[in-house]
Design a protein around this ligand. Structure first.
Ligand SMILES: Cc1cc2nc3c(=O)[nH]c(=O)nc-3n(C[C@H](O)[C@H](O)[C@H](O)COP(=O)(O)OP(=O)(O)OC[C@H]3O[C@@H](n4cnc5c(N)ncnc54)[C@H](O)[C@@H]3O)c2cc1C
Length: 661
């Protein structure tokens, strides 16, 4: 009886592990932990289980679930000061599988330098070499793109299966899409003409250059492979893996010396004893406010653990609602502070993204725009159902990752580097807190580290600037800033359950972010003007020729960026894995400081943004924690840190609520 339809049966058990959030990372951890039949694992997911729903399974239906409350939390940013007070939609999966159920399925690893930064920031055991076994466990890569056809592989900059750093044995089924569109290859050739080499080995730790990415689309069935299909469903019959959906966690119940307000910041550690949740849809009050519902409590065993995998927006909020966070903030919300941890909800980072669209000369070109025509869409769907090919089996997959040296002159790069003052940006603290900015400054000056991504999309994308022509055919380039200097925050808005978080990504609050994006757009425009891509294009739609005019001031383009920039939907950092003195929320074992049995395991633990889309890293993160059980990971670390450990254990045991370290 693994999927409980009611809270009565789910709460009858006391669990060894309770995983909060059945999303991309949470389901990996839960499925792997449940491989040990001696433990009981419970998953609590707020959203519903959309089993076999075509809006999830058909890759070309990507986007249909965004803005639908049965799939999407539909969060919003606060008015963004540097974007003329625009409020941005922030999509997140509120369904089993979390955001892996609604994402656009591209699969990329970051660079060795990105992972090395985790170690440099104080976290042992997180280098590229440490991640690699878990990448291999999570991915099932296809054979090389076309066996034996080197030309085709080179043409597409598709990876070579013989590189030795990939696996075809893992859980998430990966494949190349069957339909690329007519502008995919010309996009690469134009980039090569501008001196950007193609890099078929982008998954080997050096990720700059042009490449066709694999996607989390199962090549056999041409359906989405997500955390639900790759991890939950194969394990769902295990009698020790329990799931409840439609259950919104309101807080983690803590026991410990910090329980009373006076003890905040005291010596002992708090212990999670249970998790509180509401079941079913929120009821609306008289003024449309969500009313608090009946609270259910599920218990965690004395030597058990709570794994918080609510994602970058909700994990910090759940910690705050539980009394873990900045005491002054918690008090202002009427929440009793139990653990003094001011880093909770801070250091929020994202990949800001700006779309550009160009109209193609030939109005007969087959592009994604055709799917807006119901008659074409119906035929294309029939084709997909018969052959598992075509646009509905596909998603955009041509990318280029660029060091700034491709788009800016040395003095311009130096000016950006000089604008980064680690001491000032870390609130006058410098030291460990400033290290993140020192690393980013180094990456900006490094000709081998990517700071800008260009994403090719074979259809119109600039709806924020105006509608496309009815019969127009388009190609778009999305310009993404991979290491934004602007950092924001996310916090609970009240002590009430289900109140929406206050999310301030603070987009473009550091002026150099706008500078780097402006150069990114100018370079993307050069790509669009270069042969052979330029030969297919008639005119820029958005930004307009006037906004792009290099002889006019850059104000036009800057205005365009402020109007069109959006979230790249890759929030991280809000429960950062960092030393506590540097604003950390979790230690290198992902344990929340000041607690003995709560770990955060999701995108929020990454303290610095990577030059990659995150899902491949997050599946590997789930594997790293779930492999051999959390206890195994902790013991392994204990071996490394034997020195002084007994002393520390004694210190913690005195007055600690924790029976186990
Ligand atoms: C539109 C879009 C497109 C994207 N495209 C790509 C892409 O192509 N490639 C890529 O690599 N990345 C992509 N991403 C990003 C990537 O999918 C996410 O970074 C990743 O899935 C996040 O995983 P997570 O485990 O941190 O959180 P999630 O997968 O969001 O999981 C969090 C889970 O916790 C649940 N939860 C939250 N609060 C509560 C609560 N109070 N009670 C109970 N449950 C709760 C949520 O409902 C959710 O299921 C995209 C994201 C979006 C939104």
């Amino acid at each position: 009886m693994p999927h409980h339809s009611n809270p009565e049966s789910f709460t009858q058990l006391t669990y060894d592990y309770i995983v909060i959030g059945g999303g991309s990372t949470g389901l990996v951890v839960a499925a792997r932990l449940a491989e040990d039949p001696s433990v009981q694992v419970g998953i609590i997911e707020a959203g519903p289980y959309h089993k076999d729903d075509p809006r999830v399974t058909i890759p070309g239906y990507f986007g249909k679930t965004l803005g639908d409350p049965s799939f999407d939390w539909m969060f919003e940013s606060t008015p963004q000061t540097h974007l003329d007070n625009r409020i941005l939609p922030l999509a997140r999966g509120r369904t089993l599988g979390g955001t892996s159920t609604i994402n656009s399925m591209t699969w990329a690893r970051a660079s060795k330098a990105d992972y090395a930064a985790l170690v440099e920031l104080g976290n042992k055991g997180w280098s590229w070499e440490d991640w690699l076994p878990y990448f291999l466990r999570s991915e099932s890569m296809p054979e090389a793109y076309v066996k034996g056809s080197r030309e085709e592989k080179e043409d597409l900059a598709a990876y070579d299966a013989n590189e030795g750093v990939h696996s075809s044995e893992g859980r998430v089924k990966l494949g190349y899409v069957p339909w690329f569109g007519d502008t995919h290859r010309p996009f690469f050739r134009a980039l090569e003409g501008l001196g950007v080499p193609s890099n078929p080995s982008s998954g080997s730790g050096a990720n700059t250059g042009n490449f066709t990415l694999v996607t989390s689309i199962d090549p056999k069935s041409a359906t989405r492979s997500n955390a639900t299909s790759a991890y939950y469903e194969p394990s769902s019959q295990s009698s020790n893996l329990h799931l409840i959906t439609g259950a919104h966690v309101t807080r983690i119940l803590l026991d410990g010396p910090e329980r009373s307000e006076g003890n905040v910041g005291g010596k002992g550690e708090a212990r999670a004893v249970g998790v509180e949740f509401e079941f079913g849809d929120a009821k609306k009050g008289e003024e449309g406010e969500r009313k608090e519902g009946k609270k259910w409590v599920v218990g965690v065993k004395r030597d058990g653990e709570v794994v918080l995998s609510g994602g970058s927006y909700m994990s910090p909020v759940i910690l705050e609602q539980s009394g873990i966070g900045s005491p002054s903030l918690l008090k202002s919300l009427g929440i009793t502070p139990l653990v003094d941890l001011p880093g909770v909800g801070e250091n929020l980072q994202d990949h800001p993204l700006v779309p550009m669209s160009y109209e193609l000369k030939d109005s007969k070109t087959i592009t994604g725009d055709l799917l807006r025509d119901p008659a074409f869409a119906a035929k294309e769907l029939e084709y997909y159902q018969k052959t598992r090919k075509g646009q509905y089996a596909s998603i955009h997959s041509a990318f280029s990752l660029l060091p700034l040296q491709h788009l800016m002159r040395p003095p311009q790069i130096s000016a950006v580097a000089r604008s980064i003052d680690p001491v000032k940006l870390s609130g006058g603290k410098g030291g460990g807190k400033g290290k993140r900015y020192e690393i980013q400054r180094r990456w900006i000056e490094d000709p081998h580290h990517a700071n800008i991504e260009l994403m090719h999309v074979p259809e119109y994308c600039t709806f924020g600037a105006g509608p496309p022509k009815k019969d127009g055919r388009y190609v778009s380039i999305l310009v993404v800033l991979m290491h934004a200097l602007s950092k924001g925050s996310v916090h609970a808005s009240s002590s009430k359950s289900r109140s929406k978080p206050i999310i301030n990504p603070a987009f473009l609050s550091h002026p150099s972010d706008l500078t780097m994006l402006t150069h990114g757009l100018r370079f993307a425009h050069r790509v669009a003007q270069s042969s052979p891509l330029g030969d297919l294009i008639s005119t820029p739609s958005h930004p307009t020729s006037q906004e792009l005019d290099p002889h006019s001031s850059s104000k036009g383009l800057e205005g365009y960026i402020k109007k069109l920039v959006e979230s790249g939907h890759h929030p991280i950092g809000s429960c950062s894995m960092l030393p506590r003195k540097d604003g950390g929320v979790v230690d290198e074992r992902l344990k929340v400081y000041g607690t003995c049995n709560i770990r955060v395991v999701d995108a929020s633990i990454l303290p610095i943004h990577f030059s990659a889309h995150p899902q491949a890293t997050l599946y590997a993160l789930g594997e790293k924690v779930g492999q051999g059980g959390i206890r195994g990971v902790a013991e392994e670390d204990d071996e490394v840190q034997k020195e002084g450990l007994e002393e520390k254990i004694d210190e913690h045991r005195q007055g600690s609520a924790c029976g186990r370290m």
